[in-house]
Write a protein that binds this ligand. Structure first.
Ligand code: ACO
Length: 378
């Protein structure tokens, strides 16, 4: 009988002071503050300060922290040239992963694990990820690069660089709230990946390159794109029921539903549901919201008893669509926010100072003969 914890479920592999999750009660807190409070009252920049410093900033601290991020808006010319040389068909998550890796080559001291240097690199990566994503999106659409605007928030600047015009307050705030909601979430797969990499005393670029790779999988951050594909596949409201029932009868998963930790509604989904409804009304996308809500209702009826409810990706799909993001920018959007959590965890891991190296239970044969190659049967 194997003693391996399948998928490491329930294994406590690190300590963190950043986010707390109670999956039974549907609670998520950043440094003790309920996520709902932060979504209502905070900004992404303030939330990052909170995660990295374990306390809310004063007004002047927030101003200087936001200025530090804004001063880092921009990417090296060679990175921009590289983006402009990529195939238009490239997937933005592959682009982001490759460019984060490339940025190590533009850093004079990429391997430093000194906490203050890692923090400076983290600020730069946080500021540069939206720029990389927007630059590639414009390049593939054949429109000129828009230089960043340091008078704008990270969310506002991203929308400005994508669209070439300043966003409305509503859209900027909606995206800012999405960034807050996605910033950190315990030891999820991509965060764990980043901690494993940095625990070898490798560099922050490698840690984040690995994390982006882990996030893009459809069982993790890639699910938000899967939700949108599903909503597009479901033609009209009356097709929702047969669609969902068909998937369940074939034992196929409904994207954006279920979670390893939450056995009730993900509190981020609760907030995003309200946001999605409001934006869907404002942008003539109410059918999308209605389809999502119907999927949710059918899932609750059919598999609610198993604890399968909407996760963060479910209503973020409608939200991102209403904000005007192209489908394959949904997961990069998640990554742009989660860089704050990944880098915060890397700093925690460096402070913890121990190589992460679990064990595997060997389940193969023992004491086998070495058969010479000529004697092996095909
Ligand atoms: N749709 C239908 N059934 C589901 C779903 C779903 N989305 N999720 C879980 N189930 C069912 C499984 O089929 C399984 O049923 P069974 O016991 O009858 O075999 C049971 O619930 C347990 O599912 P597991 O996949 O074993 O649960 P696990 O904890 O390993 O998976 C996961 C969690 C990967 C998130 C899963 O719920 C899933 O694949 N969801 C869809 C993808 C998704 O939305 N991922 C994003 C997660 S949030 C995030 O990463 C940001």
């Amino acid at each position: 009988m194997s003693t391996a914890a399948k998928g490491l479920a329930g294994v406590v592999a690190a300590e963190t002071e950043m986010s707390f999750i109670d999956g039974e009660r549907g609670v998520l807190e950043y440094v003790g503050i309920p996520i709902d409070e932060l979504a209502r009252n905070s900004t992404f920049e303030e939330t990052v300060f909170l995660l990295w410093n374990r306390r809310l900033p004063t007004a002047s601290e927030l101003e200087s922290f936001a200025s530090e991020i804004r001063a880092a808006y921009g990417i090296p010319q060679r990175a921009l040239d590289m983006i402009n040389s990529l195939p238009d068909s490239a997937e933005p998550m592959h682009v982001l992963r490759s460019l984060i890796s490339y940025l190590a080559l533009e850093d004079d001291n990429p391997n430093s694990v000194d906490p203050s240097e890692v923090r400076s690199k983290a600020i730069r990566l946080l500021a540069q990820a939206p720029i990389i994503t927007a630059a590639f999106d414009r390049k593939r659409r054949g429109v000129e690069f828009v230089a960043p605007d340091a008078s704008l928030s990270l969310a506002g600047n991203f929308l400005y660089m994508l669209n070439g015009e300043k966003p409305t307050e509503t859209m900027e705030r909606a995206l800012d709230v999405c960034l807050i909601l996605h910033a950190d979430h315990g030891l999820n797969a991509s965060t764990f990946t980043s901690r494993v990499i940095i625990s070898t005393l490798s560099d922050i670029y490698s840690a984040l390159t690995g994390a982006v790779g882990a996030l893009r999988g459809p069982l993790h951050g890639g699910a938000n794109e899967g939700v949108m594909l599903m909503l597009n596949e479901i033609g009209s409201l009356d097709e929702v029921e047969p669609y969902v029932m068909g998937k369940l009868s074939r034992k196929e998963k409904i994207m954006g539903m279920g979670h390893r930790v939450y056995k009730t509604l993900d509190p981020r989904a609760t907030y995003l549901k309200t946001l999605a409804e409001q934006l869907a009304r404002d942008t003539n996308n109410y059918d999308l919201y209605e389809k999502s809500r119907n999927v949710e209702q059918i899932m609750e009826r059919e598999v609610g008893a198993k604890g399968i409810y909407p996760n963060v990706d479910f209503y973020s799909a409608t939200t991102y669509h209403c904000i005007g993001l192209r489908l394959d920018l949904f997961t990069p959007m998640f990554a742009i926010s989660r860089i704050s959590g990944w880098t915060g965890h890397c700093l925690e891991q460096l402070a913890a100072g121990r190589l992460i190296r679990p064990s595997a239970e060997y389940i193969g044969p023992h004491e086998q003969p070495y058969v010479p190659i000529g004697d092996r049967s095909s």
